[in-house]
Write a protein that binds this ligand. Structure first.
Ligand code: HSE
Length: 288
């Protein structure tokens, strides 16, 4: 059995802790033969546990202990701590692992509630479960969500070579805000979401780039942001935003602009990788 989970790009500008999209890079979990003890084979680095301490198994075992241990192979195209939902992809895979091995028959809504409780916010885990775009809230223990297609466009991610921990990126955010500021920020977010739902990427792009919630506080942590945004604008991008907590910089473009933008981005010679992506429309899936 294989469990395949897409990477995700959260916030999408002003949808802070609430909006995310699934993109075409994947975490793959192969469940191999039954074994006496759990063992995860991976090439993600020496710091990542191969036993029950791994987030995949700690998540699965927090849902059910009634599972035969297996040898597991974990392969990930989702770089760690870069703002592309690597930990969310593992949490969603762990929930699906328990769902399959313990035959729990969890609904998608139950998977989302469990994943949100573990991750703390729904914006990465929701699109990893459902694919496409998900707009979600998490207040108290209540998770509400709406799934939607994302307007047709290309996505080009610049992924810096350094990691940025979500906790460090959240530490630069304000602890409190005025009522006036909250009203202004939510009005920008409302227009961004409404425009995305109508497929109006020009209006959405302007609102995505007008975020008040997080980007302005975090830009100093991602030194490449202004340069990438300038080149994206010069090549007709709809929007450039910080993916999740960063440091990945996501660019939304009409397909006819993608090749020239990627070439110009390469010419900048920045230290990092460029991923050309599409929206994943499936979310987590199981192959047997
Ligand atoms: N909404 C989260 C943040 C995503 O921006 O901090 C990363 O977990």
């Amino acid at each position: 059995m294989k469990i395949i989970v897409p990477a995700t790009s959260a916030n999408v500008g002003p949808g802070f802790d609430s909006v995310g999209i699934a993109v075409t890079r994947y975490l793959t979990i192969e469940v191999l033969e039954p074994a006496d003890d759990w063992f995860i084979e991976h090439d993600l680095g020496a710091g990542i546990p191969t036993d029950e301490k791994n987030l995949l198994l700690s998540t699965a075992l927090s849902i059910s202990t009634d599972m035969q241990p297996h040898r597991i192979k974990m392969t990930s195209e989702v770089p760690l701590a870069r703002g592309l939902g690597s930990s969310s992809s593992v949490i969603v895979a762990g929930i699906e692992l328990a769902n399959q091995l313990a035959k729990l028959q969890l609904s998608d809504a139950e998977k989302l509630r469990i994943a949100t409780e573990i991750e703390g916010h729904p914006d990465n885990v929701a699109p990893a479960i459902f694919g496409n775009m998900v707009i979600a809230s998490y207040i108290g223990e209540d998770v509400q969500y709406v799934t939607s297609d994302f307007p047709s466009c290309d996505l080009v991610a610049f992924v810096p070579s350094y990691q940025l921990k979500t906790s460090d990126s959240r530490n630069v955010l304000p602890k409190e805000w005025s009522y006036k500021e909250a009203v202004a920020a939510s009005s920008v977010a409302n227009v961004a979401i409404a425009a995305l739902l109508k497929g109006d990427l020009l209006t959405a792009g302007r609102s995505i780039e007008s975020d008040h919630f997080h980007e302005r506080y975090r830009q100093s942590l991602v030194k490449e942001f202004p340069q990438v945004k300038e080149v994206a604008h010069a090549h007709g991008a709809y929007a450039t935003y910080l993916s999740g907590a960063g440091p990945t910089i996501m660019n939304l473009l009409a397909p006819e602009h993608t090749a020239a933008f990627v070439a110009a981005l390469e010419e900048l010679g920045l230290d990092g990788q460029i991923f050309q992506l599409k929206i994943d429309t499936f979310g987590v899936r199981v192959e047997k």
